[in-house]
Unconditional design. Structure first.
Length: 211
């Protein structure tokens, strides 16, 4: 059987990256993430695309969406190369959802549901290991190794002010995408507010049922 094509939706901090890493390993699929792809290309020159700013950095550091034209091209190329994937961070508005329909079919559409208060707590406490890319949380999931702890970094957009703006942008642009998949009857909701392993048990069972 072909590898599954999985879409994971959810607000900033809902646990998309955390669960996608597990999905990628367990189901042997590519983790396609627009956030990581854009962070790796934050200073790419996009001025020829007639955008408000010249690089993705300005949009990301303010918590705004990077223009569709930039992001659509990244996803299109990544999906063409992937034999099975978990797509994380895209689509973030209805226009991107329409583009995605032209790029690929999906086997599973998951939504991780988490309250706003919990999202803010998770994002402001999140830290990343720059050497491995592993994600930690100062309170929920601190590293055991003091060497790792000493080198942890905070993402530029995880300050409280930018987090609040990212959540506003999410409500305005991305919630309609979730409603769209819900209206089509393909959305599988998972309670993302549980402990990571409990969320994982539900995510895994949902994918296994669907493919
Ligand atoms: P992106 O990188 O996609 O960020 P995001 O959607 O805001 O999501 P996050 O990565 O912040 O959170 P997550 O859901 O992956 O949570 P995580 O697993 O890390 O996008 C960043 C920016 O790029 C955007 O603002 C935009 O500018 C641009 N961009 C990206 N895609 C775009 C697009 N399609 N169009 C236009 N612009 C785009 O978990 C968070 C924390 O919680 C961690 O510390 C983790 O350890 C902890 N945690 C996770 N699960 C649990 C749990 N169950 N219980 C307790 N703690 C948990």
């Amino acid at each position: 059987m072909a590898q599954p094509r999985i879409l994971i939706l959810g607000a900033p901090g809902a646990g998309k990256g955390t669960q996608s890493a597990k999905i990628s390993e367990a189901f042997d699929v590519e983790h396609v993430t627009t956030g990581d792809a854009l962070r790796a290309n934050k200073d790419m020159d996009i001025s020829e695309m007639d955008t408000e700013y010249d690089t993705p950095r300005e949009y990301m550091d303010q918590g705004e969406l990077v223009p569709d034209e930039v992001v659509n091209a990244i996803v299109d190329e990544a999906l063409t190369q992937a034999d099975g994937f978990v797509l994380d961070g895209y689509p973030r508005n209805l226009e991107q959802a329409e583009e995605l329909e032209d790029m690929t079919d999906l086997d599973v559409v998951l939504s991780l549901d988490v309250s706003e208060e919990e999202l803010v707590h998770r994002l402001t406490g999140r830290r990343m290991d720059p050497e491995t890319g592993d994600i930690y949380h100062l309170e929920y999931n601190p590293p055991e190794d003091p060497e790792v702890e000493a080198r942890l970094e905070q993402r530029d957009d995880d300050t409280e002010e930018t987090v609040r703006e990212r959540l506003r942008v999410y409500r305005e642009n991305t919630e309609p995408v979730i409603e769209h998949y819900d209206d089509e009857g393909v959305l599988e909701r998972v309670d993302g507010e549980q402990a990571p392993n409990e969320v994982w048990a539900d995510v895994k069972a949902t994918i296994e049922d669907a493919v």
